[in-house]
Design a protein around this ligand. Structure first.
Ligand code: URP
Ligand code: ZN
Ligand code: ZN
Ligand code: ZN
Length: 472
């Protein structure tokens, strides 16, 4: 089966040109201008931008917050209609069980059956036992090459202290496993949360007040020091505060292998959304909290200059009516996290590219190419080039619409971008050469997505490898 996508404007992280893509057996076989190939099927992409399918390295389809579970992988079609063809899920290690064992069970029982997008996994350290630290170096042999620790969320089963973070860094580094952290000071947040509750300030806005930027800045800096002491690379997820971004940038400039991402909502939404009346503010309860214009501007600068390396969605499909309302009388019980996997590309396009904040090449790099490299998936994903999986998005820049939950496949009852203008739309998406989205509509089926094993020694190890190669 062969396919020719003709006359589109092909965008990569470093290039843009009008050309054709020839696809055979799900792989890109040729890219160029006026390719002479004949194909079983020809798609005319004139007037469209042709992008590599997105890699969203920060999604939650199995997350549980105080007994409330997010919508699962049966809603993964939302990712692909939004132009994301690979997602990487955080799986919390079950107490007393191995990491690989927990992940393999999830995959067998849920993901492999429901997948409408390709996927890979990060293991979340929840039971920091000696057995777990001994297991970490073996994970790449199972296709798991990234682990995460939550420095935040004191008292919840997935919280990790500094000892666990340090031990994980030590266990991971020689095996090329990338350690990721959610960096916020759990003790200070815990204290502030109790204070706001004691004062009777129980609503969603207290979520932001109890997580000021400095709790993130401090923990980010601490994580960087822990990594430096362990002589290991580190990746900071969902960076929101200017000071945290600067800590990462400064460490990187000093030669430390420190990397980080931000998320779509931190680029365009304001902390004041949490003050919306009638408990609407709960829709925007995610951690770290939404910030102000000053922080957003610094994040746009950071992604433009490469001081932060990726933009993820931190997709978390909690319902407002049924689940966010758990915290009606106590903001600390509002499940943390908001949906957004479907909107990542359109938001970056509209508020990034079309507002002059990033180029189309930067968009592709942040949306697909670098996330694939960070997570050891760049042998197949994140780029339009010969030999890569034919994961391809045709983006039509012309239509303008208003984002509405009515058009969302997230499977929940709200959208945090509701009412915002969207410029352009995802027209077609191919997953390994198979048409999954046509004219913006999902036409694939459950089970079309597959597990992609992740290689060890992802991007965060690159500078270390280069230094070793030249004997520094
Ligand atoms: O609020 C958030 N981000 N929820 C998901 C879990 C996490 O902290 O990443
Ligand atoms: Zn987090
Ligand atoms: Zn560097
Ligand atoms: Zn998250």
């Amino acid at each position: 089966m062969s396919l020719l996508i003709k006359n589109g404007t092909i965008v990569t992280a470093v290039d843009e040109f009008v050309g054709d893509i020839f696809i055979e057996n799900g792989k890109i076989a040729a890219v160029g201008e006026n390719l002479p190939q004949h194909a079983d099927e020809v798609v005319d992409a004139s007037g469209k931008y042709v992008l590599p399918g997105g890699v969203d390295q920060h999604v939650h389809y199995s997350f549980d917050y105080k007994g409330e579970r997010v919508r699962g992988f049966e809603t993964s079609n939302a990712a692909i209609v939004g132009g994301t063809t690979t997602v990487i899920e955080f799986v919390n290690q079950e107490q007393g069980k191995g990491m690989a064992e927990t992940i393999e069970k999830y995959d067998r029982e849920e993901f492999s059956k429901l997948a409408m997008v390709d996927y890979s996994f990060h293991g979340v350290v929840c039971d920091p036992s000696d057995e777990l630290f001994a297991e970490i170096p073996t994970l790449p042999s199972k296709g798991i090459s990234t682990i995460k620790l939550f420095m935040a969320y004191k008292g919840l089963p997935f919280h990790s202290d500094d000892e666990a973070v340090f031990k994980a860094l030590m266990a991971a580094k020689d095996a090329g496993v990338t350690v990721m952290v959610h960096a916020e000071n759990a003790d200070v947040i815990d204290y502030l949360q109790k204070e706001y509750l004691r004062k009777g300030e129980t609503g969603p806005y207290s979520h932001a007040l109890s997580r000021p930027p400095l709790v993130e800045v401090e923990a980010t800096q601490r994580a960087i020091y822990l990594a430096a002491m362990a002589d290991a690379p580190i990746y900071i997820v969902h960076v929101t505060a200017k000071g945290a971004m600067e800590a990462i940038r400064n460490a990187h400039n000093e030669g430390l292998p420190v990397y980080g991402e931000t998320c779509t909502h931190y680029l365009v939404l304001d902390k004041e959304a949490l003050a919306k009346p009638n408990f609407e503010g709960a829709k925007y309860v995610c951690s770290p909290a939404l910030r102000t214009e000053e922080h957003r501007e610094s994040l746009w600068q950071a992604i433009n200059h490469g001081w932060l390396n990726a933009v993820s969605s931190d997709h978390c499909g909690f319902n407002w009516e049924k689940q966010k309302h758990m915290g009606k009388d106590d903001f600390t019980n509002i499940p943390n996290g908001s949906p957004g996997v479907q909107d990542r590309l359109a938001i970056l396009w509209t508020y990034g590219v079309n507002r002059g904040k990033i180029s189309r090449q930067r968009l592709v790099d942040l949306f697909a190419t670098t996330p694939a490299k960070i997570n050891g998936l760049d042998h197949r994903k994140g780029h339009i080039g010969v030999g890569y999986d034919a994961d391809i998005v045709l983006y039509d820049p012309k239509p303008t619409s208003i984002i509405s939950n009515k058009n969302s496949l997230h499977g929940v009852d709200f959208n945090i971008y509701e009412g915002m203008v969207q410029e352009g739309k995802v027209d077609k998406v191919f997953l390994r050469g198979k048409l999954m989205v046509d004219n913006g509509e999902f036409i694939g089926k459950m089970g079309d997505g597959e597990f992609i094993p992740a290689n060890a020694f992802g991007l965060c190890y690159q500078e270390r490898k280069e230094k070793q190669a030249v004997g520094v």
